[in-house]
Ligand binder design. Sequence first.
Ligand code: ADP
Ligand code: MG
Length: 260
Amino acid sequence: MNKPLLEVEGLSKLYRTRSGGDFAAARNVSFQLGQGETLGIVGESGSGKTTVAKMVAGMIPLTSGTISLDDKSLSGAKRVLADRRSIQYIFQDPVSSLNPRWKIRDIVAEPLKLYFQLSPKEIDTRVEQLLDDVGLPREYKSRYPGELSGGQCQRVGIARALAAEPSVIVCDEPTSALDMTIQSQILDLLKSLQQQKGLSYLFIAHGLEVIYSISHRVMVMKAGEVVEEGETKRVFHEPHHAYTRSLIQAIPRIDIPQFN
Ligand code: ADP
Ligand code: MG
């Protein structure tokens, strides 16, 4: 791998418990992400995936550790606007991640207004391009999220993330709330956007089945810690950790009858 784009070292997040002790939602998590690469993060619910993702995206403060993007430290308490722009987030629940009172146009335009100096006409053109990019009809800009399906709402969420022109997108279980066929359409869209734009993804899932087709490397988390990390094929075919093996065994399989 060339010099990694994103470097995360020793990231921890402690929460104070009611009894006054510390609970580690994430402990000593380290990884690297190259340009144009996808790192899958898997682990059961509560294993700390979202905690790590939100620290990386600057949405919650870190207890300890370092994050750097392109050799620039992002570990400080408050992230400047330009650094917030570079790492964007796609949420698990596409519908509730969109403001129901805003039209699609305004949702997608929000990052454009925040990060770039554009005229109203330029914003309108950019919104249309972004809807094209995510495969939504341009007319949808006058609709509200409640008038769209779950898969269409997730396309809006992707357009909003792309609007910031990030180098890294954190995809936090972006297909978990969607039907199987819609899931694969969204995965295909993310893969083709990655190829077109050279994006890097941190792609989170609770099961391994979604990870296989999209990730170059996989990191497995359990109880806030990384238990295994490696190339996707290696992790699937020669898992080192018993917990990874249990995740592989949990993948639903379709038994196709053999006719010889
Ligand atoms: P995952 O995304 O893998 O399901 P999370 O990162 O959301 O897991 O949560 C990891 C652990 O941290 C869970 O036990 C969760 O209850 C706990 N946790 C998350 N956020 C907070 C918080 N704000 N305060 C206290 N505990 C939290
Ligand atoms: Mg989560």
